[in-house]
Write a new protein. Sequence first.
Length: 293
Amino acid sequence: MGKLQSKINFHTTKYRADGSVGQAGPAGACRQHSPAHTDAVTSVAALKPDLCVSGGRDKSVAVSSWRSGAALRRFIGHEREVTKVTSALDSNRVFSASRDKTVMMWELHRTSGPSQHFPGHDLVVTGLAVSPDASQLCTGSRDNTVCKWDTETGECLGRAAISRNLVTHLCWVPGEPYVIQTSEDKTTRVWDSRELQVAHTFPAKQHIQTCCDVSQDGRYCLSCSSGCAGHGAEATLWDLRQTRGRVCEYKGHFQTTTSCVFLPRGSTLAPSIATSSSDSTVKVWDQNTAGRG
């Protein structure tokens, strides 16, 4: 075993709260960047091919460069922790939700304050999904409701409540008027945003559904679940065209699976997904075989 270990190169880096970096492996293994937040980061989303947006416990929203790692903009306006951030890809609009029960819209090039507010939920907002053209926004909350908004006027266009539907995540289906939603009631729902009605509910799982994502072709969706000691904590692949049951399950985490995402597909690569977990691991899976990469 000692000989095997000696042949493996370990590259580890420790990031400190003051922004300094302590190298535990070969020097220069990672770049050093100043932190975008002063407290825990709670959510991150793609904004443009070279930008991402993040929200944190420090009540702020930050826009950073994927390439340089530098924080380019920082938006302040929420009174409590930011719980979710999202944006329509290639849009100049950023949306953030907070424990202060509100949602705000920020313009990337605006020099002051949010450009729109979306108040109306009674509890913490836990789900955000914006239409591809950024004209409409769907929000979900622990108050059991899903709302639809006009992003230009801030008007609430619809509000739907379902008993025990404590929303955990929302995502918009590319090119379609449908929104996927996961819930603490262990189900994954498909909403028709036009009338804000449930178009389909997938079979309930055994554990809380914590997050969801949709493939770029709009054919598949993922959901992932809570779990403990190896029970639950799986991700599930659903076919949005054949909605009678699950397509595949990805099992291997030992604690709650907190996030799941479809990875961009290269011309020679098999479709893959990634999952993160409270067990301190990130796993990459072959989408078709559930094999781990």
